[in-house]
Design a binder for this molecule. Sequence first.
Ligand SMILES: Cc1ncc(COP(=O)(O)O)c(C=O)c1O
Length: 372
Amino acid sequence: MTIRPFQLERFFARHEFSAPHLLACSDCETMSIGELLHLAGQPPEALMDVRLGYTESQGDPALRATIAGFYDSISPDHIVVTNAPEEAIFLTMWSLVRPGDHVVVQTPCYQSLAELARFRGAAVQPWAMSETPARWQIDLNRLGDLVTPDTRLIVVNFPHNPTGYLPTAQQFQDLIAIAARWGTWLLCDEMYRGLEYDPAQRLPAAADCYPRAVSLWGMSKAFGLAGLRIGWVATQDRALVESLLTRKDYTTICSSAPSEVLARIALQNATALIERNVSIIRDNLALVRAFMDRHAEQFAWRAPLAGPVAFPRLREGSAAAFCRAALEKAGVLLAPATLFDFGDAHCRWGLGRRTFAAGLAALEAYLARERS
Ligand SMILES: Cc1ncc(COP(=O)(O)O)c(C=O)c1O
């Protein structure tokens, strides 16, 4: 079985560390180890004393206890810490999906959510989102039609990358009811959880709502600490935990000790980290709204409902060509929809970085040059 290259990640590998202006990133503003320890009121010794041996395969117990505090019905035994959320996706697909299985995946999506199911030999059926002039939307009736007693797994992602979509609590419960009808597994990628602009709109974790749900979260997005490479899955299903651990012995065995300690310290200060990042996103949202008003003839704009990304559509022309020109002529990196296998009209914008304003100004100056 072959695996297609991960288009978005290959794109970032090529450009992320050379493009002058990163307007495409989905993570939030990061910080140094010193800044994190300072924010947490911890002395540098908090890290200096960390032993650099192997750690527990399931994840440091103190870290798992801290993570469990974010769920209502998940104990530390029901969490598996991974080396990056990406490893969690890999292990989950490896555990749950068998050759010939039917898997339904919300699209557009972070490519591995579909690709790894395909790599396992599943027949992957897209559950496509659509857009109205006002908003992105999901079609639960359509999902109900796609999911049959033979469907092994439904894969969704809320808040959603790349559209910034967030369902209502009722829609989310209806979605879970569709999974529950046949006992279908549900992988809910909750990587952007915490980045709701109104905390009242935060959905419950799927793992708290449904025994066959797997909730994925990690340090990269809401907390801005992608370099820790710490992710985790939470599930009520103890057999799945064992299956993930059995497979993790063949990938990474355990996580990095300093990263686990720093992740715990960060999670103990989650509110401060999340408030900081939501505030950066809010500021950037105001800038991008004003930009979209000024350029309404060129872009169709549906403001995201949550999270650090938006997916505006070019009214004319190819998004890939537009992004290529923006990079070459203005040094601005935007991610075209072609990287998401979602046509060639949209671009992903990332609103989580403090450098957003400078990148936007560079893009706007370029658009002005093009017009003159
Ligand atoms: C929806 C989604 N899931 C998972 C991941 C993987 O996170 P990480 O790169 O930290 O492994 C990403 C990263 O962009 C993502 O957007």
